[in-house]
Design a protein around this ligand. Structure first.
Ligand SMILES: [Cu+2]
Length: 335
């Protein structure tokens, strides 16, 4: 087979390379190493999304790493991660893409990876690997949506509450039905913590996890981070949010204060379209896609809150702000 390498370019000291292998029949290949390039988390986990590349084959190297992360202001946690952050990096592909995964266990305990977007035997692809081991598998992304990826090694509750999850977005073939101006990803999850408010990082609180008594409920890994660092949009923007609920145990009742969703796509499939929705529940292990418009004449310039409308959970950290245009600063937040 004759393959011509048309272009190879490297970012971040050669760690992400896109090799465009192009003949009349060959798809292009994109290779991403999450050991070197992930989703930035300073000063907040980057929620704004870039489009997926057009490469028909997308390869991801995903290292599993122990890491200390900040889960609330001044609260650190000894976590287990994909790629060193909680959530792990965002994977974005297009329906029909071949997704190739290389999982590398650089941590101190056995782990695994479970892709909800994959139709594949769990016994092979999702099996547990020991420290220093690796595992490779591939699947075709057949179903569009916003999906959870997580460690499935028992006890799954523990591996999830430790931070082992990331979102995968599968864009529908031919694109989404409506054009938008900005896209964001939001992953809801809970932490159950012993300590963490001193010099020592916090650790898992198994009893509270079993009793569903969360210490924090968070968006993208850190309580209240988008109150300090709101999502920024312009007046007139149509916005799409990909919301994935990692749990491990709570539902997310997703809502934006001050607007109504034009569209909700349960599970993120545009074939499931609902119109004019106020709040939509996302089960643990599920996802949904939300679209709304911050128009001049409705939901215009101002500040909006996105929350889980289960307010005991919002009070523990699952609330953020969206700033539309350049409004006056908030004096007393209603939410
Ligand atoms: Cu694990």
């Amino acid at each position: 087979m004759k393959v011509t390498v048309l272009a190879t370019f490297a970012l971040a000291a050669g760690v992400v390379a896109t090799a465009a292998l192009r003949t009349s029949t060959e798809p292009t290949v994109q290779v991403t190493d999450f050991g070197a390039v992930g989703t930035p988390t300073a000063s907040a986990y980057r929620a704004e999304l870039a489009p997926a590349s057009r490469a028909g084959v997308k390869e991801f190297r995903i290292p599993i790493r122990d890491a200390t992360v900040e889960i609330a202001a001044g609260v650190t946690y000894r976590s287990w991660t994909f790629g060193g952050t909680v959530p792990g990096p965002v994977i974005r592909v297009q329906q029909g893409d071949l997704v190739k995964i290389k999982l590398v266990n650089e941590a101190s305990l056995p782990h695994s990876i479970d892709f909800h977007a994959a139709r594949i035997p769990m016994s092979a692809a999702f099996r547990t690997i020991l420290p220093k081991d690796s595992l490779s598998f591939e699947f075709t992304a057949r179903d569009p949506g916003a999906y959870l990826v997580h460690c499935g090694t028992p006890p799954v509750l523990l591996h999830l509450m430790q931070g082992m999850y990331l979102p995968i977005i599968v864009d529908p073939k031919g694109g989404w039905p409506r054009r938008v101006d900005k896209e964001f990803v939001v992953v809801q999850s809970e932490f159950y913590v012993q300590g963490g408010d001193s010099a020592q990082p916090g650790q898992a609180d198994w009893k509270h996890a079993l009793d569903r008594e969360a210490s924090y409920v968070v968006f993208n890994g850190r309580a209240f981070q988008y109150q300090q660092h709101p999502l920024l949009v312009d007046v007139g923007d149509r916005v799409r949010l990909f919301v994935v609920n990692a749990g491990p145990s709570f539902t997310s009742d997703f809502h934006i204060v001050g607007t109504v969703f034009d569209k909700v796509y349960p599970d993120g499939d545009p074939a499931h379209a609902l119109a004019s929705v106020q709040t939509w529940g996302i089960p643990a292990g599920g996802g949904a896609v939300f679209e709304t418009t911050f128009g001049k004449d409705a939901s215009g310039e101002g500040t909006y809150a996105f929350v889980t409308h289960a307010f005991a959970d919002a009070a523990k950290g699952a609330v953020g702000l969206i700033r539309v245009g350049s409004p006056e600063p908030l004096t007393a937040a209603a939410h």
